[in-house]
Design a protein around this ligand. Structure first.
Ligand SMILES: Nc1ncnc2c1ncn2[C@@H]1O[C@H](COP(=O)(O)OP(=O)(O)O)[C@@H](O)[C@H]1O
Ligand SMILES: [Mg+2]
Length: 369
């Protein structure tokens, strides 16, 4: 089911946990809410569920205003980080629970409930374990039971709040793939909360990046990674470098020299240049480029990471090269130029960043190609 969040504001006391948040979630979509701790992800999820009511704004399920509907009326499936399975119930009883407690006029017959629960246990690959108790399962298995239980009521929306947060890295990765497969088979509209960017980018159809109670950017994983619209998103997703630069006559200057990057039509003044470690080219005998002394060199899987010192007044810059390209030892001078980059002006605040999401024509920042 389609879910529309419209101009939601949520205050706790006088503290705004969410400020004017709007979001359209498509039917059948797996959408990830991604942001640091305290950015408002859980609050948004609880508002969709009906566990909290908004201070301002509305929530629609399909065409219907759900803002005043109860949790039960919204028919939500929930999975939390700390599995809330019933410890005294078997796997089968846990999965059947939501259907068994329905009022008699909406409750399927017992045999039907059992069949549905067994189908779901099969779907989450726990066949044979239906008589076990939660205490006899691993953390990953318990979360799979929790997901089966959430899906048993045929929810309008599945809400997953850091469901793999308490599990170790290897299990998380497996469950991530597995959840995507389950989603592709069942097609539930799903909102998945995580603070783990890798999890969000790998799993979701679209990612909603949140910071300080507001949405910074909504987009496909590719859009979010390749075209971050704000310094926050650039810094939060993947690795990035930022340098203070100056613009003069459409050219980008670093300290006292132009660095061979043009930003035509950009007004003169100061700005911050963002680029990713792998979006660079090495330059021989640098006339107009960036250059720094190697202070550290690390081999990370298939690439080499060099840390460069560009001068005391600047943060160190990291670049990534094929391992055979960089045999440099400490304090070798390396000259390079970003191949993909973006400028942000100092005066830009979040309001400006949000505006750019809605009206790309008004985009202030310029992207290099
Ligand atoms: N019940 C509550 N009472 C008071 N403040 C709350 C409550 N729930 C959340 N908050 C505050 O709202 C902000 C957003 O919290 P939350 O939605 O849990 O963030 P996230 O899930 O992204 O970590 C935080 O500053 C948090 O302290
Ligand atoms: Mg949370």
């Amino acid at each position: 089911m389609e879910v529309r969040v419209q101009n939601i504001r949520k205050e706790f006391g006088r503290f705004p946990a969410l400020e004017d948040v709007s979001l359209d979630i498509r039917s059948g979509e797996l959408i990830a809410l991604l942001g640091p701790s305290g950015s408002g992800k859980t609050t948004l999820l609880r508002l969709v569920a009906g566990l909290e009511s908004p201070t301002e704004g509305m929530i629609f399920f399909g065409e219907q205003d759900a803002s005043r509907k109860s949790v039960q009326e919204r028919n939500i499936g929930f999975v939390f980080q700390h599995y809330a399975l019933f410890r005294h119930m078997t796997v089968l009883d846990n999965v059947s629970f939501g259907l068994k407690v329905r009022p008699s006029n909406r409750r399927p017959p017992a045999a039907e409930i059992r069949r549905r629960a067994l189908d779901l246990i099969d779907l989450v690959q726990l066949s044979g374990l239906e008589k076990r108790y939660p205490g006899q399962l691993s953390g990953g298995q318990r979360q799979r039971v929790a997901l089966a239980r959430a899906m048993a009521v045929e929810p309008n929306v599945l809400l997953l709040d850091e469901p793999f947060g308490a599990l170790d890295a290897q299990v998380r990765k497996e469950l991530r793939k597995w959840l995507r497969e389950i989603h592709d088979r069942t097609g539930h509209t799903t909102i998945f909360v995580t603070h783990d960017q890798e999890e969000a980018l790998e799993l979701a159809d679209r990612v909603v990046v949140m910071s300080k109670g507001a949405i910074e950017q909504v987009g496909t994983p590719d859009e979010i990674y390749d075209h971050p619209v704000s310094p926050f998103v650039y810094g939060f997703i993947g690795q990035s470098n930022c340098l203070n630069v100056t613009l003069a006559n459409g050219e980008i200057w670093f300290e006292d020299r132009p660095i061979g990057l043009r930003a035509a039509n950009e007004p003169d003044g100061t700005a911050t240049l963002y680029f990713r470690p792998h979006d660079i080219e090495l330059i021989d005998g640098c006339g107009g480029c960036l250059a720094g002394l190697v202070t550290a060199s690390r081999r990370v899987a298939g690439t080499r990471h060099l840390e460069l010192d560009l001068g005391r007044a600047h943060p160190s810059v990291e670049i990534e090269l094929p391992p055979e390209r960089a045999t440099s030892t400490d304090h070798t001078r390396v000259a390079f130029r970003p191949t993909k980059w973006k400028l942000f002006r100092k005066e830009e605040k979040r309001g400006a960043a949000q505006q750019r999401v809605e009206t790309p024509a008004a985009e202030l920042a310029r992207t290099g190609t």
